[in-house]
Design a protein. Structure first.
Lengths: 371, 386
């Protein structure tokens, strides 16, 4: 029983080291909640409130019809009319508008005469992603008008109706996607920094030597360093899960038990990486910056903001090293899809492997340093 | 020079003394930067990683999205529409006869959408009710779901216009000419690379600076410095000069790699590049100093730098996410994020050229935020000693 008393004392000491300072307690609770509120609303790839510029040199009815249809689309916030191509260029240059529609002087006449009427759409390629989406919206409007004109010539107006069906999230509410993502991200963010600092701080303050001359065995010290960040990580995840369900109204369709079960391995893998970085670092500064060096690619290559399948083939294998990649599948799946158990297991096994490898590497480094 | 300093009169001695003190300070700080491998890691290695990821990896365009295409009845008209989907550069299409073939794939994320052309799909010109097709998407990822819905709409719209023109036996009444200025090949790296430069300068300016200064407070060497004749202003200036240079060096490295290895165009002037970057480093460094003076603790400083500088530069700057699409309250928050002013200007320097009215406005705003942060930092530093 001695080992348990020793271990318990160490865990309490580690928790106190983080939580004793009132500002430390505040920073562990306040910012994560602020992050949840700000980022769940900010991180959207939707394109709304679009400002566009219109240069209409045509006085006929068809250009008016086109302008009315654009103005009627909910995506566009304002349409500024300009009189010259110089003014149009100035607006796009200064990013006051993302797109410009240029209707030539013969637009209506050409349509009436059955000639192809020219229409120019100019987009700001600096923001190519949003510009492409805006181009898609504008083309849709023009195509519809084009089809209506052709149909009108034959006398029978008829169009293909596309019926959208959005599974799992019928109204495509963005927070239903973002909040479960943040559940996984916050555990990475907090877990990594807290762990990375644990050994580095002791080394910098000189208390590490005291720890080594204590009766604690190496593996006991390591377990003592692993458990507190896991408790803190679980605490944050729980707050986020509660907020997801009760504040954001995200449906929880799968098994909570499954989510927490796999979260143990996720947190272990995060803490493993953190300890590994900590064991390599001589100072707190190195530990924090090392954690960053891992965290940024781990986030970007996890499918958090952009789907992995859009990445080039040679890069996709690297994403297998990011624990976030697997846990994102589990969190999103448990919340919205009632993820089947075998899919959850398929994504938990790699987490267990990462945890094993990083913890073993950290223990080895740690032992080597002690000798 | 040296003799003059030795025998210097009362008027000349203070400036030379001040200059000597300042040089010594800057030297000390610079040594601190060079000796710690982690500063090099964050200033030169992380930018490389970011550039590779943004240069090659992260693409926001949903090209080659996998979808299942269900043709319930292979009539010529259904096959004609199906061919339009297969020809689209946005989709990688697998065809089937029954939607159940793809349903499991949709749950597991193997396909992002199912397009169903039903048995009773009729021609656009035919009499009767309007023909319908169904697009089923995986709503658990609303971005991709939106892409699939919009692109499917686009494919159908284009097909419809062509079809109607064929039936009317005339060319499509409107021919759209679409031009993407500045970036005709729509390479997302052209706008992601300038964004990652802003991220890198945020990390050097705010995170690194706040950590280094917080450590001095933690160890009490800051108070030791206060006890010397060095004034608070000199001390702060001496602290930030090396990081200012490091930030510009790291930025220069990024630009060289972006232009010469990734082939990102550089159409603006070097002057504009450095004027914008230097102006951005002012608020970044000011924020770093303020955070360290307010926390005096490396853990707290790192968390605050992460929350108040790194994440906003990433998420609230228009780098990845459109500011116009955010709720109004968050749009207001973005107005105090310096990166928000740097990124569009830097993007212009790369792909558009010098647009000075825009640059000068950005520079003015960034410097203003910088001055406010420096005043706050200087005040909280002075208060600690008093």
């Amino acid at each position: 029983m001695m080992w348990w008393i020793r271990l318990k004392a160490l865990i309490i000491k580690e928790l106190l080291a983080i939580l004793r300072d009132p500002r430390g307690r505040l920073i562990l609770v306040g910012p994560p909640i602020l992050q949840l509120l700000v980022f769940s609303y900010a991180a959207t790839l939707e394109v709304k409130n679009v400002d566009i510029v219109l240069l209409n040199q045509d006085s006929g009815a068809w250009s008016q019809e086109l302008v009315n249809r654009i103005a009627g689309a909910p995506t566009f916030r304002s349409i500024e009319r300009v009189g010259s191509s110089e003014a149009l260029r100035a607006r796009i240059d200064a990013q006051q508008a993302i797109a410009a529609v240029h209707i030539g002087p013969t637009f209506s006449r050409d349509i009436a005469a059955g000639r192809a009427a020219d229409l120019q759409i100019i987009l700001d390629g600096r923001r190519s992603n949003a510009a492409q989406i805006v181009a898609g919206y504008l083309n849709q409007i023009v195509n519809q008008l084009s089809a209506d004109i052709s149909a009108g010539r034959r006398g029978a107006g008829q169009t293909v109706i596309v019926v959208p069906r959005n599974w799992f999230n019928p109204n495509l509410i963005f927070q239903w996607f973002m909040v479960p993502n943040l559940v996984a991200a916050i555990a990475l963010l907090i877990g990594l920094v807290v762990t990375a600092l644990s050994i580095a701080r002791e080394r910098e303050l000189g208390t590490f030597d005291q720890l080594m001359v204590s009766p604690l065995r190496t593996h006991e010290i390591l377990i003592g360093k692993v458990i507190p960040p896991m408790i803190i990580g679980t605490f944050h995840m729980t707050i986020y899960i509660l907020a997801a369900v009760f504040v954001f109204g995200v449906p929880l369709r799968g098994s909570l038990l499954m989510l927490y079960g796999s979260s143990i391995f996720y947190l272990l893998s995060v803490v493993g990486v953190g300890l590994f970085i900590s064991a390599l670092s001589m100072t707190q500064q190195q530990a924090i910056l090392g954690a960053f060096l891992f965290m940024v690619p781990a986030m970007l290559l996890s499918g958090f903001a952009t789907p992995i399948e859009n990445m080039p083939d040679w890069l996709q294998p690297i994403t297998y090293a990011s624990p976030l990649r697997y846990f994102l599948v589990i969190v999103r799946g448990v919340f919205l899809k009632d993820l089947p158990l075998d899919e959850a297991v398929n994504n938990t096994l790699p987490l267990a492997l990462i945890a094993f490898l990083t913890l073993a590497a950290a223990a080895w480094l740690f032992r080597r340093r002690m000798e | 020079m040296s003799t003059e300093a030795l025998v210097g009169t009362k008027e000349t001695a203070p400036p030379t003394g001040r200059a000597r003190r300042f040089t010594a300070l800057v030297r000390k700080e610079s040594l601190q930067v060079i000796r710690d491998p982690s500063s090099i890691l964050i200033a030169f290695v992380l930018p490389l990683i970011l550039l590779v990821i943004f240069g090659y990896g992260v693409s926001l365009d949903a090209t080659r999205t996998r979808i299942g295409l269900v043709i319930e009845n292979a009539t010529p008209i259904a096959q004609d529409l199906a061919a339009s989907f297969q020809a689209s550069r946005y989709f990688e299409v697998a065809t089937g006869r029954d939607r159940r073939e793809f349903e499991e794939g949709l749950i597991l994320g193997r396909v992002r959408g199912i397009v169903v052309i039903p048995t009773n799909f009729t021609d656009v010109g035919a009499a009767g009710s309007s023909p319908q097709i169904q697009v089923i998407v995986d709503g658990s990822d609303p971005n991709t779901a939106n892409f699939v819905q919009n692109y499917a709409q686009g494919v159908v719209g284009t097909w419809m216009a062509q079809r109607a023109a064929e039936i009317a036996m005339r060319p499509p009444p409107i021919s759209v000419e679409q031009r993407f200025w500045f970036n005709p090949e729509l390479a997302s790296r052209n706008f992601l690379v300038p964004g990652s430069i802003a991220i890198v300068m945020t990390l050097v300016g705010t995170l690194l600076t706040s950590l280094v200064v917080a450590r001095e407070w933690e160890r009490g060497t800051m108070e030791a410095m206060m006890a010397t004749p060095v004034t608070a202003t000199e001390l702060l200036a001496g602290k930030i000069l090396p990081y200012f240079i490091l930030g510009l060096a790291s930025m220069s490295l990024c630009v060289l790699i972006a232009v010469f290895i990734f082939g990102v165009p550089f159409r603006g002037s070097v002057l504009a590049l450095y004027a914008l970057s230097a102006s951005f480093l002012m608020p970044a460094l000011g924020q770093g100093l303020l955070i360290s003076a307010a926390t005096k603790n490396q853990f707290l400083a790192s968390q605050l730098a992460l929350l108040s500088a790194f994440l906003p530069a990433f998420l609230l700057s228009g780098f990845l996410f459109e500011i116009n699409s955010m709720p109004w309250i968050i749009r207001i928050v973005t107005t105090i994020v310096p990166a928000r002013y740097l990124i569009p200007s830097l993007q212009s320097v790369f792909v558009a050229g010098d647009i000075w009215p825009m640059f000068l406005r950005s520079i003015a705003v960034m410097l203003t935020i910088g001055v406010v942060l420096f005043i706050l930092a200087a005040r909280s530093t002075r208060k600690r000693i008093g």
